[in-house]
Design a protein around this ligand. Structure first.
Ligand code: SF4
Length: 150
């Protein structure tokens, strides 16, 4: 889509709203301490997979494209495709999804209480609707869908 396309402008506005949510979340007076252990990126360890709304997925897919990739990297089953096996780091850490910021990692402080982040969840759902999404999808499916659309 050209940069001056109305749909593209509307999409960029929606992605700015997702970035704002991430910034506001980071500024909450809640103790968080992600130590980049990456255990939460290995779903076979946690038994949980992040689900992404459309705005989160598009932002993450854009960040992945900025690394020079146009498709989802291959990954071990039950490991996040954004986890780089060479560095053991997230390829898109600055743009990682909401669930990766509120995760259930004990070392990082455990899961945030839903009541503390409910407003953010509702706003992400509204952005999902604005972007024509159909609700949260598991991270790989959400990213594949978003990559097709960039
Ligand atoms: S997006 Fe990044 S932080 Fe989130 S599970 Fe995947 S590798 Fe981990």
């Amino acid at each position: 889509m050209p940069a001056d396309d109305p749909n593209q402008i509307a999409r960029e506005k929606s992605l700015s709203k997702v970035r704002s949510i991430y910034s506001e979340l980071a500024s909450l007076p809640i103790e968080r301490n992600c130590q980049l252990r990456t255990e939460c990126c290995q779903f076979h360890i946690t038994g949980k997979t992040p689900f992404l709304t459309r705005g989160e997925a598009l932002l993450a897919a854009k960040a992945l494209k900025a690394t020079g990739r146009t498709s989802l990297p291959a990954s071990k089953e039950d490991t996040c495709p954004m986890l780089d096996p060479r560095t053991s780091r997230c390829r898109i850490y600055a743009n990682r999804p909401f669930g990766c910021r509120t995760h259930f990692c004990t070392a990082a402080g455990g899961a945030l209480a839903r009541k503390d982040v409910l407003d953010f969840i509702h706003r992400l759902e509204e952005i999902d609707e604005d972007l024509g999404g159909d609700g949260p999808r598991p991270i790989s499916a959400a990213l594949e869908y978003a990559l097709e659309d960039l």
